[in-house]
Design a binder for this molecule. Structure first.
Ligand SMILES: [Fe+2]
Length: 312
């Protein structure tokens, strides 16, 4: 069966308490010390102190113990060491150096979003009622960690590790320049893109829809006026609607909704998979210009120094 879900990220930042406060203020729950979760998934971001901002562990789910054995064998063929114990496989990302854990099961199902009525031309459903987007006072909280994007100094080594080793599937690519990879039905749970210094480009949190993105993002921008990087818009590849913002640790995150879903691998490969996307066609539409931070983190010099100090 192979990989089935993205589970969580461990994020190392110089001031984890600041990032923890930000996310508890904006709809995530502190489930155990340093661990932020959502209503359905108690662990989505695990925070710890580190000299520079980076992912220290990425955790994904697989179906069976046999999957762990198969992954270990494939990693071994790539010359990458791994160890299996207590229902998990551990190895190290060969480019970014963080730990990768593959765990047998563990992803809780996501409670379906409440159905919405829309007024569309000739198909008016919301009759005699105001939109909940205008009158609801419910907070708009992230529903789950959906994907992560890494800048890698060796795209081919990263592709080999994630695809040939761990078993991620390629949904689309910009030639051999960048790869959109999935370990679930989501169009992408991981994107690897070229970078001079390996880094976390962004983490993405799924929201209940465009209104949830707008309302949650607006609240964040009201507190941190310069933190919007780009959006609201809709990506071309993956089709997700997005708003990219900076967290207090200097990391970019994306609030997103409505990503393409892939349940039939062969059908997607035959009818939709493309390698000729233009990497500069980021959005089908976008309400703002894209700041340079979108492509290279604002703290890339600190990341470079931190990696060097850590011997990476
Ligand atoms: Fe994204």
């Amino acid at each position: 069966m192979g990989l089935t879900s993205l589970l969580d990220l461990e994020l190392a930042v110089p001031r984890p308490e600041e990032l923890q406060q930000f996310w508890t203020d904006h709809g995530m729950q502190l489930t155990t010390a340093g661990t932020l979760g959502t209503t359905d998934r108690p662990s989505q971001l695990r925070l710890r102190e580190g000299g520079y901002r980076h992912v220290s562990e990425l955790r994904v789910e697989c179906e069976t113990e046999a999957d762990l054995v198969a992954i270990a064998s494939r990693l071994d063929a790539l010359g990458i060491a791994s160890a299996i114990g207590d229902g998990v496989l551990r190895c190290a990302d060969p480019v970014l150096d963080h730990d990768v854990v593959v765990q047998v099961r563990g992803a809780a199902p996501i409670t379906p979003a409440a159905p919405r009525q829309w007024n569309l031309p000739g198909a008016y459903e919301r009759i005699g009622q105001r939109s909940p987007a205008c009158i609801s006072e419910q907070p708009h909280s992230p529903r789950r960690l959906g994907h992560v994007v890494f800048g890698t100094s060796d795209v081919e080594a990263s592709r080999a590790f994630f695809v040939d080793g761990l078993g991620f599937k390629v949904s689309d690519s910009f030639g051999e320049f960048a790869y959109f990879l999935r370990c679930s039905n989501d169009h992408h749970n991981l994107l690897i893109t070229p970078a001079a210094v390996p880094n976390l480009n962004h983490y993405a949190l799924e929201m209940d829809g465009i209104d949830a993105i707008g309302l949650a993002g607006q609240k964040i921008v009201a507190e941190r006026p310069d933190c919007s990087v780009t959006g609201v818009g809709r990506h071309v590849v993956g089709a997700n609607m997005f708003w990219y913002l900076l967290d207090p640790a200097g990391g970019m995150f994306e609030l997103y909704s409505d990503m393409d879903q892939i349940v039939d691998d062969e059908k997607w490969a035959a009818e939709n998979h493309r390698t000729d996307w233009n990497p500069f066609e980021v959005a089908a539409w976008n309400s703002t210009a894209i700041k340079p931070d979108f492509f290279e983190p604002v703290d890339i010099a600190d990341i470079a120094k931190g990696r060097e100090a850590a011997g990476r």
